[in-house]
Design a binder for this molecule. Structure first.
Ligand code: DGL
Length: 274
């Protein structure tokens, strides 16, 4: 009989407003298969994308406090909305390094663009924060940023309508201004959008590069862990842990879609005033 793997290294802590951050966990499992992950999804208070920056910052700090209490080695804000407004507060609060998704996504887009005309899409909160727009300009070599909120896409993904004709029509509607401005690179600035990659490719055509910020973020995480001399080389497969603030069963159901594998156990916890 195989014995349970002994967890020797502290985990990477990942938080999100709900299930979407699992697209980033999927990337961690692909790029850093030896690293244990502790995930917290704030399913009691999702969505963050329609809330005020003040509320999202407060929620983010409470989510971070929960994960820091678990003794994590690194904190990742997988939620684009949280990353877009909470990074300064999280960095000040956290005792471990904090990684958000905005800067890595913007850097990847700056590298990918040939024309310097870049589109970015996200929740209302992410786009109105201006965080991607600023990070893209700071990354250099960008002539124009066309930013478009796409609030209807999160519920469609959660419903599993990944290639439904209604989803294609809505994406076409949202993408029209970006096509008009002839973007050559599109930043998928929301946890849910990587699941719609094939719809975006179909609507935007082969001339537009899609940038998945989860992918670039995990590359940044790998660099930090590598620099700390801690990535890779574990003897036993890592044990991951998943926590949510409401309805673990629903999370478990949706998780399969986001993670591409099932999650055996999800624990419900109380975080902040939820
Ligand atoms: N996780 C959020 C994001 O990436 C999307 C869902 C929400 O609005 O909370 O912005």
């Amino acid at each position: 009989m195989r014995s349970r793997p002994v967890q020797t290294r502290p985990a990477i802590g990942v938080f999100d407003s709900g299930t979407g951050g699992l697209t980033l966990v999927r990337e961690i499992m692909r790029q850093l298969p030896d690293e244990p992950v502790i995930y917290f999804g704030d399913t009691a208070r999702v969505p963050y994308g329609s809330k005020s920056p003040e509320t999202v910052i407060r929620f983010s700090l409470e989510d971070a406090a929960f994960l820091l209490g678990k003794g994590i080695r690194l904190l990742v804000a997988a939620c684009n909305t949280a990353s877009s407004v909470s990074m300064p507060a999280l960095r000040e609060y956290s005792s471990v390094p904090v990684v958000g998704v905005i800067e890595p996504g913007a850097m990847a887009a700056a590298k990918a663009t040939r024309t310097g005309i870049v589109g970015v899409i996200g929740t209302n909160g992410t786009i109105s924060s201006g965080a991607y727009q600023k990070a893209l300009r700071d990354a250099g070599g960008i002539k124009a940023v066309i930013a478009q909120p796409c609030p209807l896409l999160v519920p469609l993904v959660e419903e599993g309508w990944l290639d439904h004709r209604i989803t294609v029509e809505i994406v076409e509607e949202y993408m029209a201004p970006l096509i008009r401005e002839r973007i050559d690179t599109l930043v998928l600035g929301c946890t849910h959008y990587p699941l719609l990659k094939s719809v975006f490719s179909q609507v935007m055509g082969p001339g537009v590069t899609l940038v998945d910020s989860a992918e670039s973020t995990v590359s940044a995480v790998r660099e930090i862990l590598g620099a700390a001399g801690g990535a890779g080389g574990a003897e036993a497969p890592p044990e991951h842990a998943f926590y949510v603030s409401d309805i673990p069963l629903k999370f478990q159901e949706i998780a399969q879609r986001f993670l591409g594998r099932s999650i055996p156990l999800v624990t419900q916890v109380e975080v902040g005033d939820a």
